[in-house]
Design a protein around this ligand. Sequence first.
Ligand code: AMP
Ligand code: MG
Length: 494
Amino acid sequence: MTDQPPQIAFDNSYARDLEGFYVPWSGAAVPAPTVLRLNGELADELGIDADALSGPGGAALLTGATLPEGAASIALAYAGHQFGGFSPQLGDGRALLVGEVIDRSGRRRDIHLKGSGRTPFSRGGDGKAVLGPVLREYLIGEAMHALAIPTTRALAVSLTGEEVLRNGPEKGAVLARVAASHLRVGTFQFFAARRETEKVRQLADYAIARHYPDIADRNDRYLEFFRRVRDAQAALVARWVLVGFVHGVMNTDNMTISGETIDYGPCAFIDSYDPKAVFSSIDRFGRYAYGNQPTIAQWNLTRFAETLIELVNADDAEDAIRQLTNEMSAFPFHYQQEWLRGMRAKLGLVNERPADLDLVNELHAAMDGDNVDFTKLFRSLAQAVRGDAAPARALFNEPAKAFDGWLVRYLRRCGEEDIDNQARAAAMDLVNPLYIPRNHKVEEALIAAGEGDMTAFDRLLAILSHPFEAQEGAESYAEPAPRSFGHYTTYCGT
Ligand code: AMP
Ligand code: MG
C-alpha cells in the first residue's frame, strides 16, 4: 500500500464531445474513506496501480472525496420508463462519471462512482449508497463476468466512514465500477422527449463512434445502429435466461447501448425453473419476471426506436417508423436464435437441426411445475451423457414420465452426431455453471459483511469467479436454498 494517489491517464470523450449532456460535478466530502475491497485484476486490466488505488489517495478518489488529476467528473443526464411510466428526468442522482481510460487492450472504459453524494439529478434522494447493495453489485457483477456475460464490473467497494439512514443506520459505501460506457436507452429518451433532435443525432454519432465504429460511414447508419443495439440486447438477454438470471428492474434507464448488463439492484438467480419467478419487492405484477425479460427488452427497444425516428428519415416520419418497426419485429427471431444457440451448447449438441427448438421446448415443459433446479439440471445432463441419468432424473417428481421420454429422444439425438460422448459432456461442463450466486449464500455473505466479517463474502466471490470448475469443499455452494429459506425478496433503491 502507498500514500501516493494513483496516476491515471484519463481521456474524457463524453465530457469533451457531449457538452450539454451532463453537469460538471464533484463528490461529497467523506469523513473517513477506506477501500474495503479492490478488484486487483480489473485495476491491472485498466493499467492502474492496485497498490496506489488501495491506499489513502486511492480511497479518496474511489469515494469521490477528491478529484484525481485529469478527471472530468460529471453527472450524466438521462430519462427513462420505470415500470412502464415515463420519467423525463432521472440522471446520475447519486453517481458520477469520473473519467474514461483506455485499457491495456485498447478499449475505452468508464470509471464511475455510485454513492458519491447528491447531484442536480438527486430529486428527493440523499445521493448515498450503503454497504449491502454495493457489495451485492460487486459480487453478482463478478459472477456474471465469470459466466462470460457482458457486464459492468466493480473496481472497488469503499467505506465512507459515515452512517446512512435506510431501514436503520447502515454503513455508507461507494461502488466504483467500470463500464464500456454509461449510454442508456434513457439517455436518448432524455433529449428525444425534449424534441432536441440535433442532440439525439450528436448522441447517436457519439455512440456509433464509441461502440459500433464500423458503421460510421454508412448512409443508413442510424437504422443500422438500431439493429446493432437490438442484436446486442437480444444476445444479452438470451444469456441471462440461459443462466437463470433475473435483472429485476429492466427500466429503459437500466438498458445500455453497449449491450452490457448494468445496475444490479434487486436482481437474483432462479433455483427452480419458473418463468414467473420474481424477486423484487416492488415488481408486484411480474413485469420483470424471469420469463418476461425478452418481451420487456423488445418493449424497451421500441422506446429506443422512437427516439431515432427523425434520424432515420427526417422528411418522412411514416417511412422511418415503417423501417424501424420492421427491424423491431425481427427482435423475437434474433433473441430465439441466440437462446437456441446457447441451449444447444448447454445440451452439448454440435449440429443444428430443425427439430432442436421442439427438443429444447419439451425439456422446459418437463421442468415446468416440478421445481427442478435449473442449474443442477444441466450439470446432471452431462452426467447422463456420460452414462448415469439418475442424478438428472432425481430432480423431477416421480413418475417423471415427461423427462424420461425426453431423455430417450435427447440421447438418441446425441448418438446421431459424430462426437464422442465424453467430449460432449466435457464441453457441456464448460458452459453449464456448477456455481451461481445462490440467493441464500448471497444473503449470508452480505449479513456477515454488515457485521464486519468479510470471510463469507470473500469465499463466495472466489467460488463464483470460477463457476465451471468443481472446487474443493464447495459442495454446498452448488445446492439450492433449503426450504426453510422461503421465498426470496430483494429490494432496490437502496
Ligand atoms: P437505480 O434504481 O439505481 O437504477 O436509480 C434510478 C434513479 O434514481 C437514478 O436516477 C438514480 O440516480 C436515482 N437514485 C437512486 N437512489 C438514489 C439516492 N439515494 N439519491 C439520489 N438519487 C437516487
Ligand atoms: Mg439505474
